[in-house]
Design a protein around this ligand. Structure first.
Ligand code: CAA
Length: 425
């Protein structure tokens, strides 16, 4: 069977909010339902049975065992639309687009929605392990005496809830602490990080000002723009901030050149060309191909967030492309240093020959083509939503240009990376 084209018809997200603020009372389900319903309203999908909706959240409550299905049931799509959760950390929003695009390409479905949602404001608090086991034991008790006996094992020290921590289970280090090690290894200068950060804010502000997000972002709970956006950011002001990750002289990562903790949700609508044509919808871009990679960050062979550096060359090789064959590059700004370390890796002869097994470095990219409408440093980074935000923005950017190709590169916790190529439709 010859695969058919999977196209991106459009995207929708809510403005991203800083954690602990405007969306304090919104759940992942509320936000994901809103992001789906934005597509329903924009593309006339009321009551429509789509092939599927694939989405997810990195941080979920136990009650959200199939968050996406619940979000679909709360939306204006037909309740006969199947839906399921995916969790691939910050790669989730892109990985779901890959899954939906592949099913469309194989003719298994004609249209579907991909996306993600995350909130660190509504994160679940866990019980102390010993307390949880005691309560479970009490639950199994057959008599009041047995229950009482089980409950007497509870100690006051066990009563404090366990705070969620943005850390890797196998190392105990946070994403920022891991990245600080990699930034030091690659010698990423503080000034370059701050410059990239300021550029992200400027590009995002300019994109809002020119109306680029008018049909990509739907106002929510009083926000019309991403709350983290600070168009007045300057390299001079950023230079005054104290490092928050890493220690000593070489510590370069600050609250500004790191993504903030963020709440939000984003979705994209994908379909076959035929499905879009039947509804009079114009495809924005074609989903060309994708690749995932994982690195061994546990034994210290590679940096936690460096997997895209491995995934991109494989994707380029399969598609007969070079790193320079792109009109736009969307490299997720988990931290400014993540983007810069990845670009340095592709420029490095030692890395490309030694670790990628290539004959020569992939080379440099034209920085004017990088994150042209801003990225996570300015918009914020609700983990699972970021991939869908990026797919939608790049697809629209390619449609505006009317031709060309874009590369997406997203690092993810667990030492993973998801990357993809889109082309103007
Ligand atoms: C998860 C995956 O799979 C892969 C990935 O993407 S990894 C990335 C995951 N994301 C993270 O790990 C998030 C990391 N971020 C954090 O933990 C926190 O945001 C942080 C520790 C970096 C900062 O937290 P914070 O201290 O609450 O920051 P915040 O109070 O907003 O800012 C600190 C200061 O910097 C200033 N600042 C921040 N941005 C600024 C800007 N653009 N311009 C000027 N000043 C700025 C603030 O105004 C503030 O100044 P004051 O102290 O004078 O008020």
């Amino acid at each position: 069977m010859t695969p058919r084209d999977a196209v991106i018809v459009g995207g929708n997200r809510i403005p991203f909010a800083r954690s602990g603020g405007r969306y304090l009372k919104a759940s992942n389900q509320d936000m994901l339902t809103t992001a789906i319903d934005g597509l329903v309203a924009r593309f006339g999908l009321q009551g429509e049975r789509l092939g599927e909706v694939a989405a997810g959240a990195v941080i979920k409550h136990a009650r959200d065992f199939n968050l996406t299905r619940e979000a679909v049931l709360g939306s204006h799509l037909s309740p006969e639309t199947p839906a399921y959760d995916v969790q691939q950390a910050c790669g989730t929003g892109l990985e779901t687009a890959v899954l939906v695009a592949n099913k469309i390409a194989l003719g298994q479905i004609d249209a579907g929605i991909a996306g993600g949602s995350d909130t660190t404001s509504d994160a679940p608090l866990a019980l102390n392990d010993d307390l949880r086991r005691t309560l479970m034991q009490a639950n199994y008790a057959k008599t009041p005496q047995q229950r009482l006996k089980a409950l007497t094992k509870i100690r006051p020290a066990q009563l404090a809830p366990e705070q969620p921590r943005n850390a890797e289970p196998r190392t105990g280090l946070s994403m920022g602490e891991h990245m600080a090690i990699t930034a030091k290894e690659w010698g990423v200068p503080r000034e370059a990080q701050d410059e990239l950060t300021v550029r992200s804010h400027q590009n995002l502000a300019a994109a809002y000002d020119r109306g680029f997000f008018d049909d990509l972002v739907t106002p929510y709970l009083g926000l019309t723009r991403d709350q983290n956006l600070r168009p007045d950011s300057t390299v001079e002001a950023l230079a005054k901030l104290k490092p928050v990750f890493g220690k000593g002289e070489g510590a370069t990562m600050t609250a500004a050149n790191s993504t903030p903790l963020t709440d939000g949700a984003a979705t994209v609508l994908l379909s076959s060309r035929e499905w879009a044509a039947e509804r009079g919808l114009t495809p924005l871009a074609r989903f060309v191909d994708a690749e995932t990679a994982a690195v061994d960050y546990v034994t210290g062979n590679e940096g936690l967030l460096m997997a895209p550096a491995y995934a991109v060359p494989r994707l380029l090789a399969r598609n007969g492309l070079t790193l320079q064959d792109f009109d736009y590059y969307e490299i997720h700004e988990a931290f400014a240093s993540t983007v810069l370390a990845t670009l340095s890796a592709w420029e490095s002869e030692e890395f490309c020959k030694g670790k990628l097994g290539l004959d020569a470095p992939l080379g440099s990219i034209d920085r004017d083509k990088l994150n042209v409408n801003g990225s996570s440093l300015a918009a914020g980074h609700p983990f699972a939503a970021t991939g869908a935000r990026i797919v939608a923005s790049l697809a629209k950017q390619l449609h505006e240009k009317g031709s060309g190709r874009g590369l997406i590169s997203i690092c993810a916790a667990g030492g993973q990376g998801v990357v993809a190529i889109l082309e103007a439709a």
